[in-house]
Design a protein around this ligand. Structure first.
Ligand code: NDP
Length: 453
């Protein structure tokens, strides 16, 4: 780490204590950008990176709601409006008990670079609530969403800030949030993405993050004259991103053999084909059950509960070609990364945000595998949210084929930007540098042009 990077990190840590995930995300970026800042001293002089690392605005608010038994609960609601130099703030809402300021700031910071990479005019933001949707009734989730939006509506809008889903926020929650916004504002606008098809949603938005991650993996494989056909793939998570990752792997002729949730994982060497995936979608999206039920239903599969305190995840210790971490941050540590490489995995496309620890990333880079970091590989979700915003503005809907084609085109273009930026700065094949540099330059130029605001 050079002088600039270490000074930058020392200051960032001093100013933002107790936010390890935010430090981790910033550390990765500043390491990639040192050369860019050397070659472009005007960015350093204008303190562009320091400005990007400080949110334009942080909104923290109380969320109160009553459960079905009449008990009152108090949660924390957040929206981080990180950077709007190239467009309205855009980024998901996460409902999970682990949500805190540091996690949301890491997500919002990454979102700035990711959104820039998509080629669409979107700034970066992120938000959420430390609410645990597990085991809650639909009515409880609705009351929480209504309470959350009763404050958030003041700060968002179609041209200001357009949230979407993330962990714990899917179609059901977006519906409740949108309903409350519409009631309070008395306007029907594209203030959220991931909406239902009958009320302004876009075809392919639910599929987009997973499909995009597989398109990105396929692009990386083309650099070695290979395709997804015949590839054995490890997938973690079993939510939105994981489900559509499996669907696209199947469509491109690969075989997905694992899925997980926070209790454990299933391994199905016969492959998670379309009927099995339909079972998972019903299990997770309708019945809201646990992934262990998969192994009760399909005898080709085994279930392994996660053991608390283990220093590695056995899901990442299975022989395969590709890995698609699609659950949460830091789910692959250095030992997992070494296991993956040892077992022959040479393509990692991150559906989740920052699923690999800094030490794990070093393992992948040193092994020279095709490693696509989340801010590039999972950008298909927000890109398609951008397409939903365009359709809302034009008040029309594109066909499934048209949106999918655009998504595919955007993933190819993100891949190209990463490759070119990595080459231009002397680190060919390094998609981490490529994504950070490619994402940074557009935002930096916009900030320079717009003055010190
Ligand atoms: P979902 O809520 O639909 O699914 C999350 C999945 O990950 C569930 O299977 C969940 O298991 C598991 N999971 C969550 N937290 C943990 C944890 N701490 N330990 C182990 N497993 C966990 O979320 P998404 O699929 O939407 O999001 C998954 C990842 O993809 C996140 O990192 C998100 O930021 C990222 N992402 C999502 C996008 C989107 O469009 N939705 C866009 C870009 C990135 P359980 O049910 O047990 O909690």
């Amino acid at each position: 780490m050079g002088n600039f990077a270490s000074d930058f990190m020392a200051e960032l840590k001093a100013k933002n204590p107790g936010q390890p995930e935010f430090h981790q995300a910033a550390f990765e970026v500043v390491n990639s950008l040192s050369l860019v800042l050397d070659r472009n001293p005007e960015f350093r002089k204008a303190k562009i990176l320091e400005r990007i690392a400080e949110p334009e605005r942080v909104i923290l608010f109380r969320v109160t709601w009553m459960d079905d038994a009449g008990e009152i609960h108090v949660n924390k609601g957040y929206r981080i409006q990180m950077n709007s130099a190239i467009g309205p703030y855009k980024g998901g809402l996460r409902f999970h008990p682990t949500v805190n300021l540091g996690i949301l700031k890491f997500l919002a910071f990454e979102q700035v670079f990711k959104n820039s990479l998509t080629t669409l005019p979107m700034g970066g933001g992120k938000g959420g609530c430390d609410f645990d949707p597990k085991g809650k009734s639909d009515n409880e989730v609705m009351r929480l969403c209504q309470s959350f939006m009763s404050e958030l509506f003041r700060h968002v809008g179609g041209d200001t800030d357009v949230p979407a889903g993330d962990i714990g926020v899917g179609g059901r929650e977006i519906g409740f949030l949108f309903g409350q916004y519409r009631k309070l504002r008395n306007e029907f606008v594209g203030v959220l993405t991931g909406k239902g098809l009958e009320w302004g949603g876009s075809l392919i938005r639910p599929e987009a993050t997973g499909y995009g991650a597989v398109y990105f993996a396929a692009e990386m494989l083309t650099t070695r004259n290979q395709t997804m056909a015949g590839k054995t793939c490890l997938v973690s998570g079993s939510g939105n991103v994981a489900q559509y990752t499996v669907e696209k792997i199947n469509q491109l002729g690969g075989k997905a053999v694992t899925l997980s949730d926070s209790n454990g994982f299933i391994y199905d060497p016969a492959g998670i084909d379309a009927p099995k995936l339909a079972f998972v979608m019903d299990l997770k999206n309708v019945r809201r059950g646990r992934i262990s039920e998969y192994a009760d239903k399909f005898k080709t599969a085994t279930y392994k509960p996660l053991s608390a305190g283990a220093d590695f995840n056995p899901l990442w210790d299975i022989k395969a070609d590709c890995a698609f971490p699609s659950a949460t941050q830091n789910e692959i540590n250095a030992k997992d990364a070494k296991n993956l490489v040892k077992n022959g995995v040479y393509v990692v496309a991150e559906g989740a945000n920052m699923p690999t620890t800094a030490e794990g990333v070093d393992v992948f880079i040193d092994a020279k595998i095709l490693y696509g970091p989340g801010k590039a590989a999972n950008a298909g979700g927000v890109a398609t949210s951008g397409l939903e915003m365009s359709q809302n503005s034009m008040r029309l809907s594109w066909t499934r084929e048209e949106v999918d084609q655009r998504l595919h085109g955007i993933m190819k273009s993100i891949h190209k930007t990463c490759v070119e930026a990595a080459n231009a700065y002397g680190t060919p094949g390094n998609y981490v540098n490529g994504a950070n540099i490619g994402g940074f330059l557009k935002v930096a130029r916009a900030m320079m042009a717009q003055g010190l605001v």
